[in-house]
Design a protein around this ligand. Structure first.
Ligand SMILES: Cc1ncc(COP(=O)(O)O)c(C=O)c1O
Length: 401
C-alpha cells in the first residue's frame, strides 16, 4: 500500500486527510498508529553531531514522532505551514498573544472573548505594559474606531462567543485589522477548521482548544496554534523560550480523537439542530442562541462564512427567572453540570454573561444556560429538557419568582 499524499494534482479531502495524515505505517513496521514516544534525552552518534544539529530529533521538548504526527494532521486541516502544541486551549490563546505583542503596545480583543483569555490580557499582558481595548467586533464601525485610536499590534477574535454566541464576519473584520497593520488571531474552537478555516480568511493565527472537539472525549487538555510565515515563527520561538511541552500520552489521545472528528461533528451538528429547533418552540424559552438556526442572532453571517455548526449553543428564558433556571439545570439527568465541551456527552452550565464583558450590554435579567449537545439520541435529550422545563417553569413557579 502506498501512503496517499497531497503531492498529487488533487489535494486530499478533509475526511481522508483526517484518516491518513500524520503517520505513514510503512515508516514504523506497518503499525497503523504512530509510536507514543516518551523522551527527554535523544542520543547523538558523536560530538560533531551535537555541534552540527542536523539530526531530525534533538531533544524531547523540541519534538518527537508523536508530536510531529499531531502537528501534521492539524496543519493539514488548517492549511498551515506549522502548528505549535500547548498544554491547554487557554495556553494556546495566551502564548499566541504573548508572541505577537510587546511592552508598551496595544491589542484589541473582542468583548465576548472566552473569559480566562480576558483574564490573561488584564492580569498578565497588563503587567508588561500591553494595553487591551475591548471592542464589539461585530460592528465594523466600533472596530474601526478602536483601530483609529493608534497603533495596534494584534486583534484577537472569537466567533461565535462561547457564552453568548454573537457571530462576527471574520473575513471582513480580519481585512480591517490587517489594513491597520495588526496581526489577527482567532479562537476558532467552536467551528473547528472543518467548518471554518481562519487562515483562508485573513487570520494569521488559528487557535483551537484541542481539549474540545479535536480530542473529543473530555479526558485531556491540549491547545493548538496554526499559522504561516512570520506569525507562527514568532509563536514557535516563544514556545521554545518558555520551554513549553505536552505529554506524549495526551498527544496520542488527541491524535486518536481527531481521526473521528468529521464523524463526531456531523452528529453533534445534527443533534444540536434538532434540540435547538425544539427549544425554540418551547413557551419558557426566550431565545435560542445558535447561529445555525434560521432566525437566531448571527444566522446570516454564519450562513455566509461557515460551512457547519458544532454542538454548543445557549438558551435564554422568558422573564427574570433565576431560581427556575437553577432548578431546571439541577434536575436534568442526561446533561452533566460542568465546564468545557466538545466531548461525547451533553452538558449544561449557567453562564453569568453580564460579568464576562466590559463594553457591550447584556440584560441582567436575561439568564443564559449553555448546552453542549452530545452524541446521545436527541429524542432522549429532548425528553429530559422537556420534563425539566415544564417542572421548573410551570405557571405556579413563574408566578412565585
Ligand atoms: C472558546 C474557548 N477557548 C479556549 C478555551 C480554553 O481551553 P482549555 O480548557 O483547554 O484551556 C475554552 C475552554 O472552555 C473555550 O471554551
Amino acid at each position: 500500500m502506498t501512503k496517499p499524499t497531497d503531492s498529487g494534482e488533487t489535494p486530499l479531502n478533509t475526511a481522508t486527510r483526517l484518516v491518513h495524515s500524520g503517520h505513514d505505517p510503512a515508516d514504523y513496521h506497518g503499525f497503523v498508529n504512530p509510536p507514543v514516544v516518551h523522551a527527554s534525552t535523544i542520543l547523538y552518534p558523536n560530538v560533531q553531531a551535537t555541534v552540527d544539529r542536523t539530526q531530525k530529533y534533538t531533544y524531547g521538548r523540541k519534538g518527537t514522532p508523536t508530536t510531529e504526527a499531531l502537528c501534521e494532521v492539524v496543519s493539514g486541516l488548517e492549511g498551515a505551514e506549522r502548528t505549535v502544541l500547548t498544554g491547554s486551549g487557554l495556553t494556546a490563546c495566551a502564548l499566541a498573544l504573548f508572541a505577537v505583542t510587546g511592552a508598551g503596545e496595544r491589542i484589541i480583543v473582542v468583548d465576548n472573548i472566552y473569559n480566562p483569555t480576558r483574564q490573561f490580557c488584564d492580569g498578565q499582558l497588563a503587567r508588561f505594559g500591553v494595553a487591551t481595548t475591548y471592542v464589539d467586533c461585530g460592528s465594523e464601525e466600533a472596530l474601526q474606531a478602536a483601530l483609529d485610536e493608534g497603533p495596534v499590534s494584534a486583534v484577537f477574535l472569537e466567533a461565535p462567543g462561547s457564552a453568548s454566541f454573537e457571530m462576527i464576519d471574520i473575513p471582513a473584520r480580519a481585512a480591517q485589522a490587517k489594513a491597520a497593520g495588526a496581526t489577527v488571531l482567532m479562537d476558532n474552537t467552536w467551528a473547528t477548521p472543518l467548518f471554518f478555516r481562519p487562515l483562508d480568511h485573513g487570520v494569521d493565527l488559528s487557535i483551537q482548544a484541542a481539549t474540545k472537539y479535536f480530542a473529543g472525549h473530555s479526558d485531556l487538555l491540549m491547545g493548538t496554534i496554526a499559522g504561516n510565515g512570520e506569525a507562527i515563527a514568532k509563536v514557535h520561538k516563544a514556545a521554545q523560550h518558555w520551554g513549553m511541552n505536552v505529554g506524549p500520552d495526551d498527544v496520542f489521545m488527541t491524535l486518536r480523537g481527531i481521526r473521528t472528528l468529521d464523524v463526531r461533528l456531523e452528529r453533534h451538528q445534527r443533534n444540536a439542530r434538532i434540540v435547538a429547533e425544539w427549544l425554540s418552540a418551547h413557551p419558557a424559552v426566550h431565545r435560542v442562541l445558535y447561529p445555525a438556526l434560521p432566525g437566531a442572532p448571527g444566522h446570516e453571517i454564519w450562513k455566509r462564512t461557515m460551512t457547519g455548526a458544532s454542538g454548543l449553543f445557549a438558551i435564554t428564558f422568558k422573564g427574570d427567572v433565576r431560581r427556575g433556571v437553577e432548578a431546571f439545570v439541577d434536575n436534568l439527568s442526561l446533561f452533566g453540570i460542568g465546564y468545557s465541551w466538545g466531548g461525547f456527552e451533553s452538558l449544561a452550565v449557567v453562564q453569568p454573561v453580564p460579568n464576562m464583558r466590559s463594553c457591550t450590554e447584556w440584560p441582567a435579567d436575561e439568564h443564559v444556560v449553555r448546552l453542549h449537545i452530545g452524541l446521545e439520541d436527541p429524542a432522549d435529550l429532548i425528553a429530559d429538557l422537556s420534563a425539566n422545563l415544564d417542572a421548573a417553569f410551570s405557571g405556579d413557579r413563574m408566578a412565585a419568582e
